[in-house]
Design a protein around this ligand. Structure first.
Ligand SMILES: [Zn+2]
Length: 699
């Protein structure tokens, strides 16, 4: 959540954008009253044995699944993860519906989540209120009479929209810029105030400049969307038109000032420590004193400013743009963030652009699903407690821990046997590995929401209050010891992440379900599925970005110069390999943007296989063969099947342009074609596509 913290989630599908239309699941099931289908299990019958695994392993593993699982109309993609997410959401829906009955016997947590859900699902009440729900907020902006008041208004908007304008890989989504707390990059024991670039409505800076036909069209559609939203809010045609133009110009100016997404992957580029004096000098026309006072920012050791050049340009923009333009820009960001909480016309208009145009969704998700997603965002750890009670047992945690230990041992053995790394660097790497903390299932200590008020008749207000609560919670960390127990995602989330500043790997209960983790399956299958996920997260500690942090989470170079060069040479092989892959016709993957994820995918699968072989050799697991497959074949098939997915062309395009994860087909084929172990398991020949002549191997 905080601006700079380097959390690296596993999934692209759930994280692609911070916007309303993320890849959520389908009304084909969702609107039905029938019980939802259970999440998929590993299935040997879905292997297409008419194909040769060595030609295209993704097709071999996924073609039948893809044919049987078309994208539901309210989805931009459909995958095992999306299906599991839908199943998880149905569990949450049950919890929320029970809690939403206006029963005086409810406890405090039930009241909070129940009233939140009741307000969100009260479509009629929301429609009746319409724009009146945020009129006081619009009035505040319209009443601005002097540019000196901008700092106070931006502070206020940041408070009420903090959780709505989620951070993307390109920066913060909040108006003008982003502000929060962050662990210091050089001293991970310190939490400091952190400022980052932001203020854009499109997913990434490049969306404002690309000149291919599709990008030009998307910009035109975006400007139309801004115009229509202004019109819905009551602006006359001419004003809405002019204001939309102003927004486009101002966002383009901010985009021009923004550091690009690949450069941002090197934390050294974001590490600028400023004193309060320097902060003021950076933007003489923006009153940090007012801004920091209004947010109640505690004293901080220094300010961590990710992109000082952005702020210098922002200051010029404050001078050059008339107050009226700033008012239009701020109105737009308020409307943009509030639209999902407003009446149907606002919801539909937002869906038209962010759903239909940007990611190719055909239908809006049903309201209950949007409300479950919002409740998970705003009250996730209150809701998560019940989810964990219902779905996650102690036996699951034990088996998972055993696998994590096996994977960590395998990575240790892998590091020790590397022929390109000197003993000095190996020793540092092993210390870092040993210090990785494993978090499984849910936090030890649940978040206290008692100061957050939810009201049955005020959905927009509930969301604004939740936002204020969250920003306040983040900023309160400044100057205090780091809370190592905190989680960055909620327990029902179908995802996992590595946190380079805490040096932790995190697997919430939400992903510890089939087909990722399946108590009914043998070890070969589980190591290929969740084992590869564990390996992926561990490897992030040692990818091109993670390797720059040490065991304590500090940005410190612990590599000898020679080993660093050897690493870069191997990483370049991976970057070059993936740059050749075409995500959708005309759009290739960006090998430098996806380097960390691809390194993690490759290393993760290799050490998962090492761990499986170790487990098999120790006699802990049998080598069952009654199904006609060797454990190694099942291991690779489980890995392939986990990534079976259908994505719209729009979603593939968005992912390739703005997301650090490769698209699913290449997450599979890119990895196995680098592995002699795969080629041996399936008897591949030299000239087949899954056998790369220049196989890449980092970890
Ligand atoms: Zn990852």
């Amino acid at each position: 959540m905080s601006c700079l913290r380097t959390i690296v989630p596993l999934m692209a599908l759930l994280l692609a954008t911070s916007l309303l239309a993320s890849y959520e699941a389908g009304s084909a099931y969702a609107t039905s009253d029938k019980p939802l289908p259970e999440p998929d299990h590993f299935d040997l019958k879905s292997v297409d044995t008419s194909l040769n695994p060595c030609d295209d392993f993704y097709k071999y593993s996924c073609q039948k699944w893809k044919a049987a699982n078309p994208i539901p109309p309210d989805q931009a993609g459909w995958s095992h993860g999306a299906k599991l997410n839908l199943w998880n959401q149905q569990v949450l829906k049950g919890v929320l519906e029970t809690a939403s009955a206006n029963d005086p016997k409810r406890n405090a947590v039930e009241q909070k989540i129940g009233d939140y859900y009741a307000a969100c699902t009260d479509e009629q009440g929301i429609n009746t209120k319409s724009i009146a729900a945020i009129k006081p907020e619009l009035d505040r902006i319209n009443a601005l009479s002097d540019k000196n008041q901008l700092a106070a208004e931006i502070a206020h908007l940041h408070q009420i929209t903090f959780v709505l304008a989620r951070n993307t890989n390109s920066g913060s989504g909040t108006a003008a810029f982003g502000f929060s707390a962050s662990q210091d990059l050089d001293d991970a024991t310190k939490v400091v105030a952190a400022a980052d670039q932001g203020g854009l409505g499109l997913p990434d800076r490049d969306y404002y400049f690309k000149d291919d036909a599709k990008s030009v069209e998307l910009r035109e559609q975006y400007q139309q969307h801004v115009r229509k939203t202004f019109a819905l809010a009551g602006e006359g045609e001419a004003t809405a038109n002019t204001d939309a133009q102003v927004v486009m110009e101002m966002e383009t100016a901010l985009a021009k000032l923004s550091m690009d997404i690949v450069k941002r992957r090197d934390p050294a580029n974001l590490n600028h420590k400023l004193s309060a004096e320097e902060l003021r000098a950076m933007t003489p026309h923006f009153s940090w004193d007012v801004y920091l006072h209004d947010l109640g920012v505690p004293p901080t050791a220094h300010y961590l400013v990710a992109t000082p050049d952005f702020y210098k340009g922002l200051d010029k923009l404050i001078v050059s743009e008339p107050l009226n333009n700033w008012k239009a820009y701020l109105r737009w960001h308020l409307l943009h963030d509030a639209s999902p909480q407003l009446s149907q016309p606002f919801v539909d208009e937002t869906f038209e652009f962010y759903g239909r145009r940007l990611v190719g969704q055909k239908q809006l998700r049903p309201r209950w699903r949007r409300c479950v997603t919002a409740a998970d965002r705003d009250l996730g750890e209150a809701l998560g407690q019940v989810y964990v009670e219902r779905t996650f047992g102690a036996d699951g945690k034990q088996r998972m821990l055993k696998m994590v230990n096996a994977l960590e041992a395998a990575l240790g053995a892998d590091i020790q046997q590397l022929d390109w790394m000197t003993p000095a660097t190996k020793q540092e790497a092993l210390i870092k590995l040993k210090q990785i903390e494993d978090k499984i299932g849910y936090p030890d200590k649940w978040r206290d929401y008692s100061s957050l008020k939810t009201v049955r008749t005020d959905y927009a207000g509930n969301v604004f209050r939740a936002s204020e609560f969250e920003l306040k919670r983040q900023l309160a960390k400044i100057g205090k010891p780091v809370d190592r127990a905190e989680w960055g995602i909620t327990p029902p989330t179908v995802d996992a992440y590595y946190d380079s500043q805490l040096n932790t790997i995190n697997f919430p209960a939400g992903i510890l379900q089939p087909p990722f983790f399946d108590k009914q399956q043998d070890d070969a299958v589980n190591f290929g599925a969740i084992g590869a996920v564990i390996g992926h997260e561990l490897t992030h500690g040692f990818d091109d970005e993670g390797r720059k942090f040490d065991a304590s989470g500090n940005l410190r170079d612990w590599w000898t110069a020679e080993d660093g060069k050897e690493f870069d040479r191997r990483a370049k092989c991976v970057a070059d390999e993936y740059s050749e892959f075409e995500a959708t016709p005309g759009v290739k993957l960006n090998g430098n943007l996806t380097l960390g994820e691809n390194t993690a995918d490759n290393g993760g699968l290799r050490i998962a296989l090492m761990a499986l072989e170790g487990t098999l050799a120790s006699g802990d697991a049998a080598r069952p063969s009654s199904d006609g497959y060797t454990p190694e074949q099942k291991f690779f098939l489980a890995f392939g099947q986990v990534w079976c997915a259908n994505l719209t062309p729009e979603a593939l395009r968005l992912q390739a342009q703005a997301n650090p994860h490769s698209t699913p087909r290449f997450r599979v084929n890119g990895v196995v074609s680098n592995m002699p172990e795969f080629q041996k398991a399936f008897g591949c020949k030299k000239d087949q596509a899954m056998v790369r002549e220049n196989a890449c191997h980092v970890w």
